[in-house]
Structure formats: structure tokens, C-alpha cells
Write a protein that binds this ligand. Structure first.
Ligand code: SF4
Length: 416
């Protein structure tokens, strides 16, 4: 079925179509996949990687496109051309914020790539909360959305404890094994979480933290390295050449802000759009309510971490406040003010080595990331920020050498 602009994903398609989704955060997306499966969608998060993905992406889109778009298109086209999926029973799904950045055009770029490959009949679903596009077979119900919030919350908690334990474990692989086991277990428990009391979710938080606390650890002191930047290259091992693993191998502990923070950034923008851009007051009130609700969920994760002896995250209100020191909250293209705020928050939390990941040619994040390095250093001279560009032609050796230099400086300075 086709409306005048695009192929619709119909209710009939929901029954037997496979929906392919690009991977960004392995644990979070496993949980998100499970929520959709439990609601009758045949979701499949793609796990393909390697140089062939960027090469395939470049074959089907212009090399001017943002690097995350090249990778996402590459992953989709690689899957569709692999022969593994019946292309007449496959749809593609893309997460979108619906903001003013180029990401709002990713869906059009994917359709263009499909057209080039003669597969324009494949539906592309835009997952968004702004009503950019609607598909009759893809409805976001309240229970599904609530379960997605918990999927992201569990993912953030697991990522936090994993990052704090993995670099110090005495038996290599133990923390990752536990994270995998918990992901599998929680994936099954997410169905109908709204019917159960929220205290069952909080009990799971405590159990996760307690379980990770049992892992035997060395008492070494390693430099902590924060990872910030454009959302896809910050999180995706495909986008950042497995940055986290590289840093851990080189003797660092990685600190990565959670996915909930990005969601809260989008919600917070909904509050202030009224003030800065003359948007509807009603939307601002709704966003305020949502903001408080999600902040409470985030605070519960922090409480669980603290209770289990792990480093908690600063409140999101404090992240918002940090941004206000150097940049206007009206700056909201790409990661906008959040990127500057995350660097300041990491520094405040004692993590003064920061890798700012940026897709090559990503103007918004070059402004709020690389462009803000000097103002940040002016107020925090102790902060060591390295901006790393990622694109299909970037030399991995060059990226790694710069990271090694940063780590060596941190170790020399006795950074703990
Ligand atoms: S944030 Fe950067 S990479 Fe992402 S869509 Fe915007 S310009 Fe492209």
C-alpha cells in the first residue's frame, strides 16, 4: 500500500513482515527488540559489522551524507542484498527525533537507496514521537512506550555497572557474561511491566547491582575516560571502531552517559521550545510532566548504583544547569547543548579525560563539541579533551594513536 509519498506499513504487514533495525547500543537494543517482539512485531536488530557496511552505504548514498546515515544505509542494504530476508516481507525501521538536523532526512535517504537498488516497495517506518510520518501497522501504545522506558532504564543501569566493573575484574569476561545473562532475563520480564508494580523494576535494579558487586576486582587505579559526542558514533561500536574496547584494552575505565539522558534532552527541548521558538504552551506543559516522570526513573537508577557501592550519575537537572554556564539551551541541533553539558558534568565528576566523537562533516556537533573545547578549558584547565572524527576514510591507526597519546598524558599526570 502506498500513499502519495511513501510505502505504508499496514496492519496486515505486521503479521508476517520482518522489521530490520540498525544497531546502536547492543544491550539496550536487545531489550528494545524484545519489547517489540512481545507486542507482536517481528523485530530484528542487525548485528553486522566491518568495512563492507560503510562500503555498501557509500554505494547507495552520496558521500556527503552524514557518516551515521552511510552506516545505517549500509547495514540495511547489506541485509536486503544478503539473500537472508525475503525483501517482499521485510520493512526497515529508523529512529528519528524529528528535529531540525539532517537526521530528519535519513528516512528519505534510505528510500532513495532502496529506489536505486530496485526495492522501492520495501516500507520504511519512521519511529518518532513528533508525528513526522504515520503507519497504520505501527502504532505506539502506552504500555509499549512504558516498557520501552524500562528497557532503556535497564540498559543504562547495565551499561553503568559493566563499565565500572569490567576494567578491574580478576576473571576476564565475567562482567560481560553477567550483562548478557541479565539482558536475556530482563528481555523476558519486560512484557506487561505496567501491570506489575514499579517496585518489581526497582527490585531488579538492586539485584543487578548486587550481582555485579560480587565480581572479584583488583584495586588498581585506572584513568577514567568519558565518551561523548554524536549519538550514533558515541554508542555504536560499528560507528566508532569499537572505541570502548580499545580504551579498556589500553588500560582505561570508560564512562558513557546513558541513553535516557538523550531522551531527557529531547523532552527538555519540548519544554523550552515554547520560550525560544514560540511553540505551543500545551506541549510545553506536557513535556514538563514527561520530563519529571523520566527524571524520577533516572534518579532510581542512581539510587540503586549508590546503594550497591557504585558511582551514581549526577541528576539530569544538574546536567541542564551545567549547559547554562557556557551555552544557550536554544542550541538544539544534533546533540546541541547536551554535548557541552556532558563534558562539563564529566569533569565535575572527576573524569577529566574526554573523547568527543564526531562524524566527519557533522556541523552541529563540531560547534557544540570541538567548538566548545576552548571555553570548557578556560573554566576547567585540568580537562583533557580529544575530538576524534569518524568517517569512511578516517585512518583507524591515526585515531588510536591520538587516543594512546591522551592516555599516556593522563597516566603521566597521575590522573586517577
Ligand atoms: S547530528 Fe551530525 S551526524 Fe547527526 S544528522 Fe545532524 S549533522 Fe548528521
Amino acid at each position: 500500500m502506498q500513499n502519495k509519498n511513501y510505502v505504508l506499513f499496514t496492519k496486515e504487514m505486521k503479521k508476517d513482515y520482518t522489521i530490520l533495525v540498525p544497531n546502536m547500543l547492543p544491550m539496550h537494543f536487545k531489550l528494545i527488540e524484545s519489547v517489540f517482539r512481545l507486542h507482536g512485531f517481528n523485530f530484528k536488530v542487525l548485528e553486522t559489522s566491518g568495512k563492507k557496511i560503510a562500503d555498501t552505504g557509500l554505494r547507495y548514498t552520496h558521500n556527503d551524507a552524514c557518516y551515521p546515515a552511510v552506516l545505517v544505509i549500509g547495514q540495511f542494504m547489506d541485509a536486503l542484498l544478503s539473500g537472508e530476508y525475503d525483501t517482499h516481507k521485510t520493512a526497515l525501521l529508523m529512529f528519528q527525533t524529528g528535529g531540525g538536523c539532517r537526521a530528519s532526512n535519513y528516512v528519505s535517504l534510505i528510500r532513495k537507496a532502496l529506489g536505486r537498488a530496485g526495492m522501492e516497495y520495501v516500507p520504511v517506518i519512521s519511529f518518532n514521537f513528533t508525528g513526522v510520518e504515520k503507519h497504520p501497522g505501527f502504532r505506539l501504545t502506552l504500555p509499549l512506550m512504558l516498557e520501552l522506558v524500562y528497557a532503556v532504564a535497564y540498559g543504562d543501569l547495565l551499561m553503568n555497572v559493566l563499565n565500572q566493573v569490567r576494567p578491574y575484574e580478576k576473571n576476564p569476561g565475567e562482567a560481560e557474561k553477567k550483562a548478557l545473562e541479565w539482558t536475556r532475563r530482563l528481555a523476558k520480564e519486560l512484557k506487561g511491566v505496567k501491570k506489575k508494580s514499579y517496585s518489581s523494576v526497582k527490585r531488579n535494579y538492586d539485584a543487578i547491582v548486587k550481582d555485579f558487586a560480587t565480581i572479584e576486582r583488583t584495586d588498581e587505579k585506572k584513568p577514567r575516560v568519558g565518551i561523548v559526542g554524536e549519538i550514533f558514533v558515541k554508542y555504536s561500536p560499528l560507528g566508532n571502531n569499537d572505541l570502548e574496547r580499545f580504551l579498556i584494552r589500553e588500560g582505561a575505565e570508560t564512562v558513557v552517559p546513558g541513553l535516557i539522558d538523550f531522551c531527557l534532552y529531547c523532552i527538555y527541548n519540548g519544554i523550552i521550545d515554547y520560550k525560544f521558538y514560540g511553540r505551543k504552551r500545551a506541549k510545553s506543559y506536557l513535556s514538563r510532566f514527561l520530563y519529571r516522570f523520566v527524571c524520577k526513573k533516572r534518579d532510581d537508577i542512581s539510587r540503586a548504583l549508590e546503594k550497591g557501592g557504585f558511582r551514581p550519575q549526577a541528576s539530569f537537572d544538574s546536567v541542564v544547569g551545567s549547559a547554562g554556564k557556557l551555552i544557550s539551551h536554544a542550541v538544539k541541533m544534533g546533540e546541541g547543548w547536551l554535548l557541552t553539558a556532558e563534558m562539563l558534568e564529566l569533569a565535575e565528576g572527576g573524569c577529566s579525560n574526554i573523547v568527543c566523537t564526531q562524524p566527519f562533516g557533522c556541523l552541529p556537533n563540531h560547534i557544540c563539541g570541538k567548538g566548545m573545547m576552548k571555553p570548557i578549558r578556560d573554566i576547567r584547565p585540568d580537562v583533557n579533551i580529544v575530538a576524534i572524527d569518524y568517517d569512511p576514510g578516517a585512518s583507524r591507526v591515526n585515531q588510536e594513536n591520538r587516543l594512546k597519546l591522551m592516555l599516556s598524558n593522563a597516566k603521566t599526570a597521575g590522573e586517577k
